[in-house]
Design a protein around this ligand. Sequence first.
Ligand code: XMP
Length: 510
Amino acid sequence: MDKIVVLDFGSQYAHLICRRIREQGVYAELVSYKIDADTLAGMSPKGIIFSGGPASVYEDGAPLCDRRILTLGIPILGICYGHQILVHMLGGVVKRAKREYGSAELIVDDGKDLFMGIKQRMRCWMSHGDAAESLPEGFSILAHTESSFAAAVADRARKVYGLQFHPEVAHTEHGSDILRNFAVRICNARQEWSMSNFIDNAVNDIRSKVKEGERVLAAVSGGIDSTVTALLVHRAVGDRLTCIFINHGLLREGEEDEVLDMFNTLGIKPIYIDASSRFLTRLKDVEDPEVKRLIIGEEFARVFDDAVKEHGPFHWLAQGTLYPDVIESGVSISREAATIKSHHNVAGLPKWLNLKVLEPLRQLYKDEVRQVARLLGVPEHMVKRHPFPGPGLAVRIIGKVTEEKLRICKRASRIVEEELARAGLYDKVWQAFAIVGDDRAVGVLGDGRVYGHIVSIRVVESVDAMTADWAKLPYELLARISNRITNEVEGVTWVTYAISSKPPATIEPQ
Ligand code: XMP
């Protein structure tokens, strides 16, 4: 498949560039800027994009690419810092300049190739402190803004293009058109990346790996990643796939039935293991949140191990690892740190299982997994279901996990979800649930005094769970949720709304 390779110089938008290119039907991959020219040429890209980044090209130790990449003859597009690298490495001068942050008017001076079919004046998104002072020989100006004489440049003979602004962000008008022009018009990449092609390729790939007579194991939770993984493997090897669904007793209300129904409709019958009592017994007197997480992880491994012994032998373990978890990192310390954490997950294969790993979603972003899910017939309400933490309701029950608090947490969370859905807001928020602890407050029920539980509602908006803000829900909706919870959930007298953003709070209370 034709592809564009994006070199990550540490920009928070590097993934976004990849996704925007893929949205144009062209496959794109992200690699570290440290890649050498031979390895990059070996990937046979139709085009190369240099991402932005936080550094300044003229500083000692600034991340630069292998110089030989500039002479591979493959078209290159530099964005922001990537543009400055091109200017700097090809003989121009980049200097600290008037800072330009936010929206600016871009005036196109040369509407051929990169700006083909795009209007002459448009808004673009700038975020830079450095700028080109003089351009390398052979470069001409394609567009300017009031503060940047070289907002877009090109050396068509060398097939090198540079943009001082960010075409990948939504605030840049026609940003996707510019990226499409680069990928399709300048690089001649074929638009072959579609989710139905992906399904065919993934299924063929699984078939070629899993030999006749070999069996595959998958743990499913009903979450979109493990569900799509199982469906792809099932399509490839049929009943040589065994799915295991472990109920740790900390699922949302009715979730076990919903998950089993869904798989039933999709033609897969997972082995259902109700291990609730094992988990709840081990959690009985545990208050510390980290200890709870540890116990749940440990017990999950034990239950899984028992199931493998009972239903094995297996040769492969299928996992729902996604693209952002597997790519090489760029330069920034936080990203390298984040990668260390996710590599921990990706390495994935629990050593005690000693199985080969199938990761059919390794190339995909979350929104692409959702598209695949729809194509494979996963019901819409499951595709759009909010993320749910692995340790389940244990992290939403503060203090000891008791039967009573579990009942309250499940019922109250269901009410929150129902009321949000009724108000048409469920799909607009990231997560919405109830939290219960040991705090109590006095209420009146009829003529009697009741000393009941306090339930907190947490509804947050987020794009990636890294940061989040509490949802500014209408008061009437909050009132309805509170009324229903105090009326319908026995033992609750008060309802509060959690209004801390992340940071400094986290989304889950534990
Ligand atoms: P926090 O609470 O750290 O959560 O702001 C960020 C996002 O991650 C989810 N989360 C988890 N997901 N296993 C998971 O699979 C976990 O142990 C876990 N802990 C938190 C949380 O729901 C939120 O979307």
